[in-house]
Design a binder for this molecule. Structure first.
Ligand SMILES: Nc1ncnc2c1ncn2[C@@H]1O[C@H](COP(=O)(O)OP(=O)(O)OP(=O)(O)O)[C@@H](O)[C@H]1O
Ligand SMILES: [Mg+2]
Length: 575
């Protein structure tokens, strides 16, 4: 049974002009015109039987003109030009092979002049939305919520396409991004071998619990002191896991005139330290192939000892001893290193104890962080809390986890690979625009840009989440094929999303500032139609910290709150 049931007399009007993607309809009936709304759907008769074209109303105009003025100026005749502009977005086929009522995002034909146009509402709208929904609802479909146009129709997304070519979730603060992310996580967690890592920068996602979800936290000073380990859900990200470039960006001050020498010595000495580690452990097979970037532990004391020696080295000269080539040139680098090593906030990098220097540590770490649901009896969605990582090294550390993920996927033979998604909340903090970037950000950008460009081939998907689309790296955004855009109030941010929409839908983005909290404009290859969706509440809600100031100011204040804060601040630990 074809779903559309239109009578010619209900037509809105007839097609007056057609170009490749837009149609202008001459609306004959003024009452109909008044009821039309921008961003609602319309159906056009196609030149082919068994097909209807679906379009989005982008403009409605009523023009009045005085056509004819009689000599005496009294009997004037007014004319009206009532137009409605429609952007064509797809074709509804009554039948496609053995399937009935199939919607396609392609334009299989264009309407002819004088073809009838109908507004899609009431019963017709409900059946259309239902068709869309069930078309995509095969198996465990991904759904975020219901269509705003028809609150009874569940809006399904194609989960394969959503993750295949990266997705972006954007919206002003408090517009509902974290809740939307929680809704996605919740559904991922329901899949039997789901695999994903959530970069949780503020510990917002801690209320998300259930089978399929586990929590990790990058070690804070108190965790280091209590010697908590990965079995307690505490992660260490040791210095030796950082790439050579990342180590240099952390320890070498680029403005120092000795920077090139320092970087060179650093490469040489790290190589040496790794070599020593491998020799001491009799890892002869690795010894033959390792490079400065290989994930091989090395002893920091050994490195520091060597650097100190080189810095004070004396060599035989023509007349007695003279200073070595690098004598005194490493002082600043050494003191930077010493500062970092003694910084308690960086304990997760330098004070992981002897465990993290063990050759088997890496596999244990990777099994915990990259394992899928069900693998080794673990949960596949790993929420990693980065809230205690100092902001100056945050890009380095977040991207380290991304790099480890990408490397592991790359080094897995393709027939053994299992896909993984990285959900990157507050992405503007670690994938900024190049021109706003500092040197540590460069390292992070290189990694994320690489994943954005090549991740698909290795089964690594990015879900980039940010309140400032205009501050997020452009390459990242241009690689995303799916956009979940929530309310955006800033014009610059709206502009970014607008530019990403196809030209014919450009006007659709005008609703961005008026979207309700928890409402989103979803555009991309995962959704059959660009749609306005009311996102369902997730079962477990993130701690988004929405404070009711006015109410709070009428309640009693908690005892000793300020002295507790001062004490915690000093101890760098929330008691
Ligand atoms: N789908 C929804 N339905 C109903 N209310 C919602 C929905 N999504 C969000 N909200 C409300 O909006 C508040 C803020 O949501 P959320 O924390 O997801 O915002 P956000 O976009 O992540 O903000 P920020 O950028 O500051 O992290 C929530 O506390 C909740 O009250
Ligand atoms: Mg948030």
């Amino acid at each position: 049974m074809p779903i559309f049931n239109f009578r010619d007399e209900d037509a809105l009007g007839k097609v007056a002009s057609v170009d490749t993607t837009n149609v202008i309809v001459d609306v004959e009936n003024i009452d109909q015109l008044k009821r039309l709304q921008v961003n609602h759907l319309a159906v056009l008769q196609s030149s082919r039987p068994g097909q209807h074209l679906i379009g989005l109303i982008t403009q409605v105009t009523r023009k009045r003109g005085i056509e004819d003025i009689d000599d005496d100026g009294i009997g004037e005749k007014t004319s009206e030009l009532n137009l409605c502009k429609i952007a064509l977005i797809g074709t509804m086929l009554d039948r496609d092979g053995d399937r009935e009522n199939v919607f396609r995002r392609t334009l299989e034909s264009v309407p002819e002049i004088d073809a009838n146009c109908f507004s899609l509402d009431g019963e017709n709208l409900t059946s259309f939305m239902r068709t869309l929904s069930s078309v995509s609802a095969d198996g465990n479909a991904l759904t975020l919520g219901k269509y705003t146009l028809d609150e009874h129709a569940v809006a399904y997304l194609n989960g394969n396409k959503f993750f295949q070519r990266h997705a972006f979730i954007g919206g002003s603060t408090g517009s509902g991004k974290s809740w939307t992310t929680a809704k996605i996580i919740e559904q991922m967690a329901g899949l039997s071998t789901a695999n994903g890592i959530v970069f949780d920068l503020h510990g917002e996602y801690s209320p998300l619990v259930g089978s399929g979800i586990q929590h990790f936290k990058v070690a804070g000073p108190a965790d280091v002191e209590a010697k908590r380990t990965i079995d307690d859900g505490v992660l260490y990200l040791p210095y030796w896991l950082l790439s050579y470039e990342a180590l240099v960006s952390m320890f070498v001050d680029r403005s120092d005139q000795n920077a090139p020498n320092q970087a060179m010595i650093m490469a040489r000495e790290i190589n040496l330290a790794k070599q020593k580690y491998l020799e001491d452990g009799d890892k002869t097979d690795v010894l033959k192939h390792f490079t400065v970037d290989s994930p091989v532990p090395f002893c920091l004391d050994f490195l520091m000892g060597r650097l100190n020696d080189i810095n004070v080295e004396m060599v035989p000269g023509a007349r007695g001893e003279k200073q070595g080539d690098f004598n005194g040139k490493l002082s600043r680098m050494i003191s930077r290193l010493e500062n970092k090593i003694s910084d308690r906030r960086l304990g997760f990098m330098f004070h992981g104890g002897v465990d993290v220097l063990d050759f088997s540590w890496l596999e244990k770490f990777i099994t915990a962080v990259l394992g899928s649901s069900g693998e080794n009896g673990k949960a596949g969605i790993k929420i990693i809390n980065f809230s205690e990582v100092p902001s100056d090294v945050l890009p380095l550390i977040v991207s380290l986890v991304a790099r480890v993920t990408f490397s592991v996927q790359q080094w897995t033979p393709s027939e053994l690979r299992h896909p993984i998604a990285l959900l990157c909340d507050e992405a503007h903090l670690y994938m900024p625009q190049r021109n706003m970037a500092e040197s540590v950000d460069d390292i992070s950008l290189d990694i994320f840009e690489r994943i954005a460009k090549e991740g698909r081939k290795y089964g690594v998907s990015l879900v980039v989440i940010s309140q400032r689309p205009s501050e997020v790296n452009k390459t990242m955004l241009s690689q995303c094929s799916n956009f979940v855009s929530m309310r955006l109030t800033n014009a610059e941010d709206q502009g970014v999303i607008k530019r990403l929409l196809p030209d014919s839908l450009g006007g659709f983005s005008d609703i961005l500032p008026t979207l309700d909290t928890g409402e989103a404009l979803v555009v991309g290859d995962a959704s059959l139609l660009p749609s306005r969706i009311r996102i369902d509440e997730p079962k477990n809600k993130p701690n988004s910290g929405t404070v009711n100031f006015w109410d709070e100011w009428q309640k009693p204040v908690k005892d000793k709150r300020l002295s507790i804060a001062v004490d915690n601040w000093r101890k760098q630990n929330i008691q």
